[in-house]
Design a protein around this ligand. Structure first.
Ligand SMILES: Cc1cc2nc3c(=O)[nH]c(=O)nc-3n(C[C@H](O)[C@H](O)[C@H](O)COP(=O)(O)OP(=O)(O)OC[C@H]3O[C@@H](n4cnc5c(N)ncnc54)[C@H](O)[C@@H]3O)c2cc1C
Ligand code: FES
Length: 268
């Protein structure tokens, strides 16, 4: 029988000590808790009487960890009402991690779309702390408009030690480039051993993957973070399956060549 500490169904308690509103409906929560968490992993956050939602860990702090939550439905709308001083209940961390070591000595490229920046933030910050291990560090981030930019307060810090580029699709650009994240990608000259971490809406994947392949990046060097509906988060309920894989425990991060035949519409 599992002890309480090992039982993945037992809820843990954290305390929220800071909340930042990123933009309408999207909030970043700073939570006290001493967890061993790897970049890419997620927690199942619990909303009383509503249920659970998988939410990526968007970073670590001295006091604990960070989550950025977009209110879309019953669980997340309830979670974003929490305030500093409130308790928050969660399970995990669950899932695999971005393999930063595979990019040691090579160029590392992050491509983030929309809320996907929340999942790429933690590995990117670890890469920034270990900047000398990568021959170059580029991060391309595309958002819908300037009102829906995440983590604006971090851009100047990030840009000191990397080539961090932002593009917005429409509206006022505030001196930012206008267009899609793939426009930024088209402009890059990539070395063939570049390792790429992608997180964003699935609509972004197809053109992004096409450009990367055209630029000579092999499928084994491209990693994607997948989103699927999850219930158990430990590979028992089958809600999250893609082909033979459980996104909850084999993922959420997959090498493109290993999952491409199972993606909707087949290989991109
Ligand atoms: C591994 C993983 C990590 C995630 N990390 C984050 C994160 O860091 N921050 C975050 O805000 N969300 C994240 N998500 C998405 C989040 O889990 C869902 O938005 C959440 O489960 C929705 O639950 P709900 O009860 O609030 O909405 P539901 O009642 O389940 O859904 C309400 C409506 O929103 C739609 N919806 C549900 N999920 C999504 C989605 N992912 N995107 C767009 N529309 C959706 C539904 O189709 C429905 O129309 C992650 C998902 C996974 C699988
Ligand atoms: S969420 Fe239950 S098997 Fe993945």
């Amino acid at each position: 029988m599992l002890s309480v500490l090992e039982n993945p169904y037992v809820l843990k308690k954290g305390k929220i000590y800071r909340v930042i509103q990123e933009y309408e409906g999207v909030y970043t929560f700073f939570i006290e808790g001493q967890e061993k968490i790897k970049p890419g992993q997620y927690h199942m956050l619990y909303a009383l009487g509503r249920g659970e939602a998988p939410i990526t860990v968007a970073g670590k702090t001295k006091r604990g960890f960070i989550h950025t939550i977009r209110a879309v439905g019953s669980v997340t709308k309830s979670l974003v009402k929490l305030e500093a001083g409130d308790e928050i209940y969660y399970r995990g961390p669950f899932g695999n991690t971005w393999n930063l070591k595979i990019a040691y000595g090579k160029p590392l490229l992050f491509i983030s779309g929309g809320l996907g920046l929340a999942a790429n933030k933690f590995p990117f910050e670890v890469a920034l702390q270990n900047r000398s291990k990568f021959s170059s560090l580029i991060h391309l981030y595309g958002a819908r408009d300037t009102q829906s930019l995440l983590y604006r307060y971090l851009y100047s810090k990030w840009a000191q030690n990397s080539d961090f580029q932002v593009i917005v699709e429409r509206g006022e650009t505030e001196n930012l480039k206008k267009g899609l994240v793939t426009d930024l990608l088209e402009e890059l000259t990539l070395h063939s051993d570049t390792v790429v971490f992608i997180c964003g809406p699935e609509a972004m994947w197809k053109p992004t993957l096409r450009i990367l392949i055209e630029k000579g990046i092999s499928e084994e060097r491209i990693f994607l973070s997948l989103e699927r509906h999850m219930k158990c988060s430990i590979g028992t309920c089958g809600h999250c399956m893609i082909g033979p894989f459980f996104v909850c425990k084999d993922g959420p991060i997959f090498r493109y060549d290993q999952i491409k035949v199972f993606l909707e519409g087949g290989e991109f």
